[in-house]
Ligand binder design. Sequence first.
Ligand code: ATP
Length: 357
Amino acid sequence: MAEIRLDRVTRTFGAVVAVDSVSLEIEDREFLVLLGPSGCGKSTVLRLIAGLERPSAGTVYIAGRDVTGVAPRDRDLAMVFQSYALYPHMSVFDNIAFGIRRRDLSRHELKEAVNATARRLGIDGLLDRRPGQLSGGQRQRVALARAIVRRPVAFLMDEPLSNLDAKLRVQTRRELARLHEDLQTTTVYVTHDQVEAMTLGQRVAIIAAGRLQQVGRPQDVYDRPANLFVAGFIGSPPMNIVPLERTATGFQSAGGEIHVDGAHVPPGAPETLALGFRPEALQIGVPEGPAAIAFSAPLLVAEHLGAQVNLECAAGGASFVAVAPGHVRATPGESIPFWCAPGDLHFFDTRTGERLP
Ligand code: ATP
């Protein structure tokens, strides 16, 4: 088991800066998720840790040792990919055993290790089959078993659930969380799916355009996004963002519908700023407590999801979304009163995108 540290690691491919001076510390036994949109550089970060890519600048440490120039096979890490990367001509048993082929184990020890790992993942009945005779979910379990049987210092997982259908994804996600609970092995997990990141990660590192945007516990990142990118990426539906301009008494949206009293805005705010409020923080009706914003807006579309309804409404020449309980009914064009408590507002500097303290 080991901690992993990246110190100002950069990786360029020609003119493309895939990873831009990323410094990140993953603690021993931690489950850290690298989250970001397609092309943001998260797989490259994982490959830099694995040793499959060499940094253009910066240093990678594993368990305190500088491994920047160390070959992948000498890093004692196990990778799990979206594509499973199983050997089609080998049985499930041999695919799992492949992970420990270089160890000096007796036939009996090898069998014991493979059987125990297969049992742990519920695939011990499939050991004689070939990968082609398995479902996608079973194949992913074999890939996981091959990683686990090695007892590596850390697991590196690149979108391992992407090829599974929605139901199996949720089930396998929970199994992964339980496995980590059990094995306590340092894990770095790459995904573009914020639900996966929030549910699996002890901490989440959000990346955009090769740069680290924020690292923190999922709830902290949700509660206090460091910038507009994170605010829009964490949470579903995403946080509503409305540009505001200064008035005599505070700030207001372009059409004047939304007004925030200066007392609720962080001191030293610039002339223009972006107001953020989460769809689930908007309340419907007359304020039942201290309100920092209260306004009415016409409904554009109502999306009924059973447990909740997403109300898309118009304000300030743009639209925003409110999440209401599933039983709420409203018709397009109807004006709906909303309010939001002071603690539920977020403010960002429009020029830099950074959160105002
Ligand atoms: P995805 O979720 O789509 O896999 P990602 O966030 O994992 O994306 P990376 O695969 O790390 O992104 O790629 C980051 C950037 O680096 C992209 O612009 C990609 O095109 C570029 N890139 C990655 N590998 C190479 C390579 N071998 N040669 C040239 N460019 C590359």
